[in-house]
Write a protein that binds this ligand. Structure first.
Ligand SMILES: Nc1ncnc2c1ncn2[C@@H]1O[C@H](COP(=O)(O)OP(=O)(O)O)[C@@H](O)[C@H]1O
Ligand SMILES: [Mg+2]
Length: 293
């Protein structure tokens, strides 16, 4: 319990940014940030909004798990460690203003834009880029736009696309193993400069059911944020199902009658604390691929 108290006792936090799903605080050490996962759900560029109890806890847990797994296969991520049920310590990066979307099966805006039938299996994973700008509604862009406006350089794009493919390969297998189809997902990347001014590209932000489409492998039932977007059923039930299948929460779930089950949360916090004690700040250099600039 000690780690949690220490983390929470850090009350004089400097809030740097409040987004739609998370709050970013200054971290306890230089070069670190704290990502606090809120219960706010938004869709259609925040035109639809709701507070959904427990969403932040589930996303924090799912994202921490996925980032840890990706780090394990050598993909450099910003994730350092979970701090408590809603917060994680991450490396501060310079976020590249792109939303990198990987699609395996047609859904969402791809269907709308091109008239493709939802559920169509794509012949190969499709990587798309969107300009990360809420005021403009995150418009679809090409690599040429990225070059023209200098949002990333060709070397960075090569690395970003290669990482996106690797993440897709890994996550497809991981989710297939628990009876889920990974339809599509969104990634964000950031730049980190090392001690010798070498540049690392890190996977940043979060990977959770807020930005992945996950369908049941047999029934195609949707367990992701589309439940909220299109009123397809209780959002938390979907997120809990994903977390349960990944073995991240007990069978009974995290929620009881619309409220977070404090007993389960306490149990999970103890597990997180034990893990955190074992884990030290990991050196990015071990897994990142540096590039002289
Ligand atoms: N490691 C990081 N360093 C700096 N900024 C980050 C990092 N990871 C994520 N971010 C940024 O923090 C914000 C997270 O909050 P979120 O609620 O998702 O915001 P938004 O509404 O802008 O999507 C995002 O803008 C994201 O790009
Ligand atoms: Mg976001």
């Amino acid at each position: 319990m000690k780690t949690v108290l220490n983390d929470r006792a850090m009350t004089k936090r400097n809030k740097l940014y409040e987004g739609k799903a998370k709050i970013i605080y200054e971290g306890p050490e230089p070069g670190t940030l704290i990502q606090y996962f809120k219960d706010d759900a938004t869709a259609f560029n925040a035109q639809k909004k709701e507070i959904i109890a427990g969403k932040g806890v589930l996303n924090n847990r799912i994202s921490a798990h996925i980032m840890t797994k990706l780090e394990g296969i050598g993909i450099p991520t910003h994730f350092i460690r979970s701090m408590n049920m809603r917060e994680q310590l991450v490396r501060k990066v310079e976020v590249i203003p792109l939303e990198v979307v990987v699609r395996n099966i047609a859904a969402g805006s791809l269907c709308k834009r091109l008239g493709i039938k939802e559920g169509t299996h794509l012949s190969k994973p499709l990587v798309e880029f969107y300009y990360k700008n809420d005021a403009l509604g995150d418009p679809l862009i090409s690599e040429d736009h990225i070059m023209t406006f200098g949002w990333a350089d060709p070397y960075e794009m090569e690395e970003i696309v290669a990482m996106a493919w690797r993440v897709n390969d890994y996550l497809n297998g991981m989710f297939a193993g628990v009876g889920l189809k990974l339809v599509d997902f969104k990634l964000e990347f950031g730049r980190l400069w090392g001690d010798y001014d070498e540049l690392y590209i890190l996977l940043a932000d979060e990977i959770s059911p807020d930005n992945c489409r996950l369908w049941d492998a047999r029934t195609n039932e949707k367990f992701d944020k589309d439940r909220f977007r299109h009123d397809l059923g209780d959002l938390i039930d979907g997120y809990q199902e994903i977390a349960k299948r990944l073995g991240l929460i007990p069978e009974g779930g995290l929620m009881a009658n619309g409220e977070i089950n404090e007993e389960v949360v306490a149990q999970l916090e103890d597990i997180e604390n034990d893990l955190a004690k074992e884990r030290k700040l990991r050196a990015v250099k071990k897994s990142g691929k540096p590039r002289k600039i």
